[in-house]
Design a protein around this ligand. Structure first.
Ligand code: FEO
Length: 397
């Protein structure tokens, strides 16, 4: 239950959720943390709280440093319940002089907790709040990833409290980037961006430009999940900048589901065609791969080829659910193609094409559908489809 000092008079007092494995549809295989921070200024300030079920951890860590009743301000960077669930009880315990949040944050807090009487103070970009020896500045980051989202910056320490941005679902007793295997950091950072921020990429791009123009010096980034970036905050910023462009790395992925292995046979032949063209390809059978892991890979893919048999005039449920999820995240700038087996009606390929057209993928072909079980000639067509995608990819790169 020890707090961890991240800078002079600034402490991590959050909670580690070792057990969470599903975060509104995102698989969190390594758990997560809900980060909250205590600034011991003349005005003692708590930045963010934690999930309701974890409030005892937050309170215990605060008590190691100060009596919670002595806290003067609470800053809410983001209203989503993983950071505000404990807020009503913390408000009762602390009775702060100010509850600092964005304009949209105030609205969302009222809509969540129905308390108009809390001492809201709107965080205004350009209007600093002095805590005595430390000063808070605010950046409005609307729709990154909620309307209320904002960042808080401590001028003297050059620490950016970035809410969900630059975070990751990683439950660990280590608090800093230099204490965790860089491969794990990059894997979880990628997965977080892919599953939370892909659709807000145009706003991420603008925000990074704005931060650069402001000349904001960032020594440390302290997000609300995972580790604090103290050694290499630029690694996270540069990754966000790259992902926000949706460029892809030139590789292909085949995402499919299969009923009696016909579509699977087709997937393997499409992969052979891609390999013939020298394209790196990975196959993802949705039966064995979680949608959020597939989206992690999709972030950097340049071509996405979807395969699904027809079931009851539609798609297999796992593919239908995956498409709903992917369309919501709106990956762009991909080359696409579709294939699938059928018994009598055969709508799946058309439905896959429609979904990809809606996402503005460049379709290289009308797609291939095969009745029941593919014979040798049809499998050759699948190889051809793979080659066609591969050639289109090479032309694009
Ligand atoms: Fe970690 Fe958007 O909440």
């Amino acid at each position: 239950m020890k707090p961890i000092q991240i800078a002079e008079n600034i402490y991590w007092v959050g909670a580690i959720d070792w057990d969470v494995r599903d975060f509104h549809g995102y698989s969190t295989n390594r758990g997560t943390t809900y980060n909250a921070f205590l600034i011991m200024g003349e005005k003692i300030t708590l930045i963010d709280t934690v999930k309701k079920s974890m409030k005892a951890d937050l309170i215990a860590r605060i008590r190691e440093i100060v009596d919670p009743e002595k806290i003067d301000y609470i800053v809410v960077n983001h209203v989503e319940m993983d950071h505000s669930g404990a807020l009503p009880e913390m408000m009762e315990l602390i009775k702060p002089e100010k509850l600092i949040c964005s304009t949209m944050g105030q609205k969302a807090l009222v809509q969540h907790f129905h308390r108009e009487d809390w001492p809201y103070e709107i965080a205004v970009p350009g209007k600093d709040v002095s805590l005595g020896e430390k000063t808070l500045s605010f950046l409005e980051t609307r729709m990154l990833h909620w309307p209320d989202s904002m960042f808080t910056y401590v001028k003297e320490d050059k620490i950016l409290f970035s809410s969900d941005a630059f975070g990751m679902h990683l439950g660990t007793s280590e608090r800093f980037d230099d204490q965790v295997d860089p491969a794990i950091l990059m894997e979880e950072l990628t997965k977080y961006y892919a599953n939370i921020l892909t659709l807000y990429s145009p706003l991420v791009k603008k925000l990074i430009v704005k931060v650069k123009e402001m000349g904001l010096e960032i020594k440390m980034i302290a997000p609300d999940h995972g580790v604090v970036w103290r050694k290499n905050p630029m690694m996270a910023i540069e990754a966000y900048e790259r992902w926000s462009r949706h460029e892809g790395k030139g590789n292909a992925m085949i995402i499919y589901d299969t009923m009696w292995h016909s579509t699977e046979m087709m997937a393997k032949e499409v992969a052979n065609g891609l390999q013939d063209e020298g394209i790196s390809v990975k196959l993802y059978n949705l039966r064995y791969n979680h949608r959020s892991d597939v989206m992690k890979e999709a972030l950097d893919a340049s071509a996405i080829i979807l395969g699904c048999p027809t079931l009851n005039n539609g798609l297999l449920p796992r593919m239908a659910g995956f498409l709903m999820y992917m369309r919501g995240l709106r990956p762009t700038n991909k080359i696409g193609a579709a294939f699938g087996s059928y018994g009598w009606s055969g709508e799946a390929v058309k439905l896959l094409n429609e979904a990809m057209t809606e996402m503005k993928f460049d379709l290289v072909d009308d797609g291939i559908k095969v009745k029941y079980v593919p014979e040798a000639g049809e499998l050759s067509h699948c190889v051809e489809l793979g080659r066609k995608v591969g050639q289109a990819l090479k032309e694009k790169l």
